[in-house]
Write a protein that binds this ligand. Structure first.
Ligand SMILES: Nc1ncnc2c1ncn2[C@@H]1O[C@H](COP(=O)(O)OP(=O)(O)O)[C@@H](O)[C@H]1O
Ligand SMILES: [Mg+2]
Length: 262
């Protein structure tokens, strides 16, 4: 498979702070590639360099063969971005938000209307098309952001913590939609703090910590590498010890520490 994103010694500094510290990775077409890491690990900064809203400090970064930092406009046309923060236009309806975005991409009105209706169907928001944003739940807003990210039929979708703050039902619905996109062959970059999300969606993951990539592989490979076939000893609420197979979460905690990182 050809690669859709390649980074070599990619670095981002904010004054004295090295937010992304000389990382290298390669994302294959059709793959879902996950960036995992605690708060402040550098996930969003990495993703913002990929979608060309934040220039790299040094290193190489190519998206679909184009140079990030040089061919930014061309790159943006190929990408669909689901940002970490909810940034829909609150004064508009669900439908209007999507049409407005289609205009940004220069999609003609007739084609835009067709795509918007298809996308509303896809994210199960057709019955909310004339509602204002404030009338939507957080899960619905996230789904609308997914629809918005698809308006230009992107080759690569970038989702920054797409399910943070959602209840389990809303989260599962988002996973289902993202998996459907994967089935259609769309490449995906995902950041998450939820190990289960990475296990459900990602073919390949990197674990970031303090701006560096500290591990890379398939979720099952990482578990095997850190724990082999060994069972983990854990305590239940009554302090009874029991044993269970290791999970990706165990790997994550072992590598990034158990203390809370603000
Ligand atoms: N615009 C900015 N200016 C200064 N520091 C920033 C900026 N954006 C992010 N940082 C810092 O860079 C580090 C990585 O942040 P970020 O990429 O947002 O982490 P993550 O998404 O993994 O939680 C953090 O220490 C954060 O405070
Ligand atoms: Mg982030």
């Amino acid at each position: 498979m050809p690669s859709i994103v390649t980074a070599k010694d990619l670095t981002k500094k904010f004054a004295d702070l090295v937010a992304v510290d000389s990382i290298s990775f390669e994302i294959k077409e059709g793959e879902c590639f996950g960036f995992l890491g605690p708060n402040g690990a550098g996930k969003t900064t990495t993703i913002r360099m990929i979608h060309c809203v934040s220039p790299k400090t040094s290193g190489e970064l190519k998206v679909a063969g184009l140079d990030a930092g040089v061919d930014n406009r061309e790159i943006k046309m190929l990408l669909g971005v689901i940002p970490q923060e909810l940034n829909l236009d609150e004064d508009l309806t669900t439908y209007e938000n999507l049409v407005l975005f289609a205009e940004f991409f220069g999609i003609n009105r007739q084609e835009a209307q067709k795509r918007v209706l298809e996308l509303l169907e896809f994210v199960e928001l057709k019955n909310k098309m004339n509602n204002r944003i404030e009338e939507l739940s957080t899960g619905m807003k996230r789904r609308l952001q997914i629809a918005r990210a698809l308006i230009n039929q992107p080759k690569l979708i970038i989702a920054d913590e797409p399910t943070t703050g959602l209840d389990p039902q809303a989260r599962h619905l988002i996973w289902q939609r993202l998996r459907e996109l994967k089935r259609r062959g769309v490449s995906m970059v995902l950041t998450t703090q939820y190990m289960e999300e990475a296990e459900q969606l990602c073919d390949e993951i990197v674990i970031m910590h303090q701006g560096k990539i500290i591990r890379q592989g398939m979720p099952s490979e990482l578990i095997e590498e850190e724990f082999g076939g060994e069972m983990i000893e854990v305590k239940d609420s009554k302090d009874r010890v029991y044993r269970r197979p290791a999970t990706l979460e165990d790997v994550f905690l072992k590598l990034t520490g158990r203390q809370i990182i603000e």
